[in-house]
Design a protein around this ligand. Structure first.
Ligand code: BES
Ligand code: ZN
Length: 952
C-alpha cells in the first residue's frame, strides 16, 4: 500500500500502511455544539433528574465547593457473569458550605450512599444515608445532604455501585483472547482517558481534582490483579475468593487510575534507581515481551536522569491488552498497550515495527512526568501532555537507541500536521473543549504533532541546554499539581542555568550560545512569541525575495487549497501574525544565522554574495518557505550540481515545501518535480523516501481516478528512475534501520507497480512459505510484500486468512491483514469487513485500520464508503462518535476523494448526521480536504501529463 496516510492519530497502525512514521489525524477547528446535543440544553435552567426532581447543578464542569482528597476503592469484577460490583469511600474537603455533592457517574447503578462527618468517624457513628439524583445527560449524580456541609471540614462519602463490564474499549471493559489451544480467556481492564473513569466508579472525573487512591481488587485464584501501585497483601475471603490490596497512590488525576484482572505472564527487571519494571502479555505471547523490557529499563533510566526527578512509584508495569482502541495509555505505574505497540517478535517484527514499539514506550514513559506528575488544568491544553510526550520521543529514543536514527522521523511528525494545519478548518493548539466528544476530539494532530513541533522549534531557538533546564524547572515547580500554558512559558523564560530566579529572561548567562545572544537586543519574550503559536491556528508562509545581498521577508498565513488569486484568500489572512524564529544559511557560509520575524514584512542584509539562500535550517521551524524570483531555480541548480552542500534535513524540507507550495498554487508542479530529479544521486534515505512518497501519492491519485495514461507513464517513470535503487535491494533484514525501511518501501512499491523481478521473487517466497505450512522464516522487512503478492490469488488469499486466525504474532497479523486488503476482488474485501464487524476472527479494534486500507484500494473505495453509510448505526454501537476509531473510519473512507460527485455525496452524508445532532470537527476538515484534492487535480493533471511525456 502506498502513500497513504500522512495521517492520523493512529500511529498505532504504522507499518500497517506506512513504512515511515504515520502521524496523527487532524480533528479540529472551532467549538461547535448542535442544538440537539444533550450537553447544550438550556444552560440557564436547572435540569431535571431521572426521577423528575430538579437536579441541583446545571454545568458540565463540577462545582469546586467539595474536593476529593482520598478514594478507598474496592472492585470485584466477575469474569463469568461479566459484571462488577464496587464500593468506595471518598474523603472530601468542603471548601464552601453546600447542600449537595456533585460527582461524575456514567452507566453505573448507584445503590447506597452514606455520609459520615469527621465526628461520625471518630465516634464510629453510622452516618446518614443520602438521596441520590442522576442526570445522565451530564454524566453526573447529585448526593443530597439533609444538613449543610460545613466549610473547611472533611467528610467521608461511602458509595456502593455495580455495572456490567463494558463491551467497548472504555471504562472498565471486557477483553478476550484465544489461547494457542483454542480456548477463549477473559480479561477485565480499564481505560479512562479522558472522561471514562466515571464509567468504573463515581468520582470527581476532572484532571484538576487530584487525590490519593487506595485500591483493592477481588479475583479468583487463577487470575492476577494489577493496579497502579504494588500489591501490599492478599486476603483470602470466604468461598476462596482473593482480595489484593494495593499501596496508596501518589496524588493523581482520575483518568490515570487503572486496574486489570487477567491471567497473563510477565518478565521483570530493575532500573539503576531500583524501580521494578515488568512487561505482561498473554501466556502465548510472553516470549515477545523481552524487547519492551529492555527498552523500558533504558528509557526509564534516561528520563530519571534527564528530568532530574526520580520516577516516584516503586514499580512500573507495561501490559499488552488484546482489545485496545488506541495505541497505548499512560496510567501511572500500569501502562496499557495495544499488542502491536508493545510486543516484538524476532521473526515477524520489521525495522519499522521496532521503531514504533520503541517510540510508543518512550511516549508513555514520558507521560509519567509530562501528564502524570504535572497535568494540564483542563483538556483545552491537552497538548501540554501529548505535545510534550511526542517531543520527548524524539529526545529519549535518540539518546537511548541512536542506532534507530529516529531523529530523521521527526520531520514527518511536523509534515503530517502541516497538511491539516494549512486548511482553514484547523484549530489553535489550545482550544475550548467542554463536552466529552469535544474533549475526545482534542486528541489530534494539532495537540500531538504541532505541539511537539513548536516545542522543538523553541528548543532550537533557546538552545538545548536552556530548554532542558526550563522543562526541569516546570516539572519541579508543578509536581503533583496542574499547569497551563503560561506556567510553561514562564518556566522556560526563567531557566537561567543553575539558578531558577523568577522574573525576566536570563540574559547574563555566560553559557548562552551565539544563537540566543543574537536576540539580546530584541527583548524576546518566550510567552509573547509562543502565544502566537498556541492561540492562533495555522502555519505561516515566509516569502523570501532576494535582490543582491538584500533579502525581503514577508509572512502570511499558509493556506493550501486556497490560492492567492481566489477571492476568499484576503479575508482568510486577516489578523494572523506570528513571531517566527527564522534560521538561514547561504551558499557562501554554513554558519547558521537567526532572525525573529515579528512583523508582516522585514529585510535582511547578507554579509557576502551567495548563489542561494536556504531558510529553516534542518527544518526545525514550523513554517513553510517560498523563494520568489529565481530562488527555487538557484536551489535546484545547487541540488543538481552538488546536493551535499545542503544539509540532509534541508533537502527533505525543500522537497516537502515545494510540493506544499504546489497545493497552495504558489509553485508549479513541474518545478517541484524538477527539484526531485537530483534524487538519482541522493544517498540520504529520508530525502529519497520523501521524493518517492510524493510520486507514490500522485500515482495512487491517478489510479483511483482512472487516469490510465498518466498512471502508466508515472509507473514507468518511477520504475525506471528508481531502478538502480530497486535492483540493489536484497530480500533480507540486513542493514541499518533506514536501509531496512527503504527496502520495505521501495520493494512494496515495485511489486505494487507490477515490476516483474519483484513479483517473481515475492511469488517464489510465498510458494515456499505455503509449502512449509507457514514455517519458513521470511525476512520481516519483506513479509508485507510477500504476503501482498501472495494474496492476489484465491488460494493464497484463503491460506493467508487461515494463517491470520492461527498466528500468535500481532506484527504478523497486521501484515497479513494488510495483504488481504490489497485484493482486487470486492467479495473478498467485503468478507474482511464482515469479519471485522463480527469481531471474532478479525477483532473490532482492527475495523478502523481495515476500512482505512480498503478505502485506499481502488477496488475498495466505493465499497468502504457505501459500507460506512449503510452501517452507520451499527458502527456507532461499537465506537463513540468522537472516538479514535470512529474518526479514523470517517476520514479514512472519505478524505482521499477527489471528484465533485464524491464531495457532494460526503456533504449530504454529513448533513444528514448533523440533522440527527451528530457533529464532529473533522466533517469540515474532510470537506475541505476533498475540495483541495479536486482543485489539485484540475490545476495539476495537465502539468503532470506533460512533465511525464517530457521526462519519461
Ligand atoms: N494519552 C494517550 C492515550 C489516549 C489517546 C487517550 C486518545 C485518550 C484519547 C496516549 O499517551 C497516546 O498518546 N497514545 C498514542 C500512542 C502514542 C505513541 C502516540 C495513541 O494511542 O495513538
Ligand atoms: Zn500520549
Amino acid at each position: 500500500m502506498a502513500n497513504p496516510c500522512r495521517k492520523l492519530l493512529f500511529n498505532i497502525y504504522m507499518g500497517f500502511y506506512c513504512s515511515t512514521i504515520m502521524p496523527k489525524m487532524c480533528i479540529c477547528s472551532q467549538l461547535s455544539m448542535s442544538s440537539t446535543d444533550p450537553f447544550n440544553k438550556d444552560p440557564g435552567a436547572f435540569p431535571v433528574a431521572t426521577n423528575g426532581e430538579p437536579f441541583p447543578w446545571n454545568k458540565l464542569r463540577l462545582p469546586t465547593m467539595v474536593i476529593p482528597l482520598h478514594y478507598d476503592l474496592l472492585v470485584h469484577p466477575n469474569l463469568t457473569s461479566l459484571d462488577f460490583v464496587g464500593s468506595e469511600k471518598i474523603e472530601v474537603l468542603v471548601r464552601d458550605a453546600t447542600q449537595y455533592i456533585i460527582l461524575h457517574s456514567k452507566d453505573l447503578e448507584v445503590m447506597n450512599v452514606i455520609l459520615q462527618s469527621e465526628e461520625d468517624l471518630r465516634y464510629r457513628k453510622p452516618g446518614k444515608k443520602l438521596n441520590v439524583l442522576s442526570y445522565p445527560a451530564h454524566q453526573q449524580i447529585a448526593l443530597l445532604v439533609p444538613e449543610k456541609l460545613m466549610a473547611d471540614l472533611r467528610y467521608s462519602v461511602a458509595i456502593n455501585f455495580q455495572a456490567k463490564l463494558a463491551n467497548g474499549f472504555e471504562g472498565f471493559y471486557k477483553s478476550t483472547y484465544r489461547t494457542r489451544g483454542g480456548k477463549t480467556r477473559i480479561v477485565a481492564v480499564t481505560d479512562f482517558e479522558p472522561t471514562e473513569a466515571r464509567m468504573a466508579f463515581p468520582c470527581f472525573d476532572e484532571p484538576l481534582f487530584k487525590a490519593n487512591f487506595s485500591i483493592k481488587i477481588r479475583r479468583e485464584s487463577g487470575h492476577i490483579a494489577l493496579s497502579n501501585m504494588p500489591k501490599v497483601k492478599t486476603i483470602e475471603l470466604e468461598g476462596g475468593l482473593l482480595e489484593d490490596h494495593f499501596e496508596t497512590t501518589v496524588k493523581m488525576s482520575t483518568y490515570l487510575v487503572a486496574y486489570i484482572v487477567c491471567d497473563f505472564n510477565s518478565v521483570s527487571g530493575t532500573t539503576s534507581s531500583g524501580v521494578k519494571v515488568s512487561v505482561y502479555a498473554t501466556p502465548d505471547k510472553w516470549s515477545q515481551t523481552h524487547y519492551a523490557l529492555e527498552a523500558s529499563l533504558k528509557l526509564l533510566d534516561f528520563y530519571e536522569n534527564y528530568f532530574d526527578i526520580n520516577y516516584p512509584l516503586p514499580k512500573l508495569d507495561l501490559i499488552a491488552i488484546p482489545d485496545f482502541e488506541s495505541g497505548a495509555m499512560e496510567n501511572w505505574g500500569l501502562i496499557t498497550y495495544r499488542e502491536t505497540s508493545l510486543l516484538f517478535d524476532t521473526k515477524t517484527s520489521s525495522a519499522s515495527d521496532q521503531l514504533w514499539v520503541t517510540k510508543v514506550i518512550a511516549h508513555e514513559l514520558a507521560h509519567q512526568w509530562f501528564g502524570n506528575l504535572v497535568t494540564m488544568e483542563w483538556w483545552n491544553d491537552i497538548w501540554l501532555n501529548e505535545g510534550f510526550a511526542t517531543y520527548m520521543e524524539l529526545i529519549s529514543v535518540n539518546a537511548t537507541y541512536p542506532e534507530l536514527q529516529s531523529d530523521d522521523t521527526f520531520l514527518d511528525v511536523c509534515f503530517a500536521v502541516i497538511k491539516k494545519d494549512s486548511l482553514n478548518s484547523s484549530r489553535p493548539i489550545s482550544n475550548q473543549a467542554e463536552t466529552p466528544t469535544q474533549i475526545a476530539e482534542m486528541f489530534d494532530a494539532v495537540s500531538y504533532n504541532k505541539g511537539a513541533c513548536i516545542l522543538n522549534m523553541l528548543k532550537d531557538f533557546l538552545n538545548e541546554e536552556k530548554f532542558h533546564k526550563g522543562i526541569i524547572h516546570y516539572l519541579k515547580r508543578f509536581s503533583y499539581g496542574n499547569a497551563k500554558n503560561d506556567d510553561l512559558w514562564s518556566s522556560l523564560s526563567n531557566s537561567c542555568l543553575g539558578d531558577f530566579t523568577s522574573g525576566e529572561f536570563c540574559y547574563s548567562d555566560s553559557k548562552m550560545t551565539s544563537n540566543t545572544l543574537a536576540f539580546l537586543g530584541e527583548n524576546v519574550e518566550v510567552k509573547e512569541m509562543m502565544t502566537t503559536w498556541t492561540q492562533q491556528k495555522g502555519i505561516p508562509l515566509v516569502v523570501v525575495t532576494r535582490e543582491g545581498r538584500s533579502l525581503r521577508l514577508q509572512q502570511e498565513r499558509f493556506l493550501s487549497g486556497v490560492f492567492k488569486e481566489d477571492p476568499e484568500w484576503r479575508a482568510l489572512q486577516e489578523r494572523y501574525l506570528w513571531h517566527i524564529p527564522l534560521t538561514y544559511c547561504t551558499s557562501s557560509s554554513n554558519v547558521i544565522r537567526s532572525h525573529i520575524l515579528k512583523s508582516r514584512t522585514d529585510t535582511l542584509e547578507l554579509s557576502e554574495n551567495s548563489s542561494w539562500v536556504k531558510f529553516n535550517v534542518d527544518s526545525n521551524g514550523y513554517y513553510v518557505v517560498h523563494y520568489e524570483g529565481r530562488g527555487w531555480d538557484q536551489l535546484i541548480t545547487q541540488l543538481n550540481q552538488n546536493h551535499t552542500l545542503l544539509r540532509p534535513k534541508d533537502r527533505v524540507g525543500l522537497i516537502h515545501d515545494a510540493f506544499q507550495l504546489v497545493s497552495a498554487g504558489r509553485l508549479t508542479l513541474d518545478k517541484a518535480l524538477d527539484l526531485t530529479r537530483y534524487l538519482q544521486h541522493e544517498a540520504s534515505i529520508p530525502a529519497l523516501l520523501k521524493g518517492l512518497e510524493y510520486l507514490e501519492l500522485f500515482y495512487h491519485m491517478m489510479d483511483r481516478e482512472n487516469v490510465s495514461d498518466v498512471t502508466e507513464n508515472l509507473k514507468h517513470y518511477i520504475l525506471r528512475y528508481f531502478k538502480p535503487v530497486i535492483d540493489t535491494q536484497s530480500w533480507s533484514d540486513k542493514g541499518s534501520v533506514w536501509d531496512r525501511m527503504l527496502r520495505s518501501t521501495i520493494l512494496k512499491l515495485a511489486c505494487y507497480l507490477n515490476h516483474a523481478p519483484c513479483i517473481q521473487k515475492a511469488t517464489e517466497l510465498f510458494s515456499q512459505w505455503m509449502e512449509s505450512s507457514g514455517k519458513l522464516n521470511i525476512p520481516s522487512d519483506v513479509l508485507n510484500i510477500v504476503y501482498s503478492v501472495g494474496a492476489q490469488t484465491t488460494v493464497g488469499w484463503n491460506y493467508l486468512l487461515e494463517q491470520y486466525g492461527l498466528s500468535m504474532s500481532g506484527a504478523e497479523k497486521k501484515k497479513i491483514l494488510y495483504a488481504l486488503s490489497t485484493s482486487k476482488h470486492q467479495e473478498k474485501l467485503m468478507k474482511l469487513i464482515e469479519l471485522g464487524m463480527e469481531g471474532e476472527v478479525i477483532k473490532t479494534q482492527e475495523l478502523s485500520p481495515l476500512l482505512y486500507v480498503i478505502a485506499r484500494n481502488p477496488k475498495g473505495q466505493r465499497l468502504s464508503w457505501n459500507f460506512l453509510r449503510e452501517n452507520w448505526t451499527h458502527l456507532l454501537k461499537k465506537f463513540d462518535l468522537g472516538s479514535y476509531a470512529m474518526r479514523m473510519i470517517i476520514s479514512g473512507t472519505t478524505s482521499h476523494f477527489s471528484s465533485k460527485d464524491e464531495l457532494q455525496e460526503v456533504k449530504l452524508f454529513f448533513e444528514s448526521l448533523k440533522a440527527q445532532g451528530l457533529h464532529l470537527d473533522i466533517f469540515q476538515i474532510i470537506l475541505e480536504t476533498i475540495s483541495k484534492n479536486i482543485k489539485w487535480l484540475e490545476k495539476n493533471l495537465p502539468t503532470l501529463r506533460t512533465w511525464l511525456l517530457v521526462n519519461s
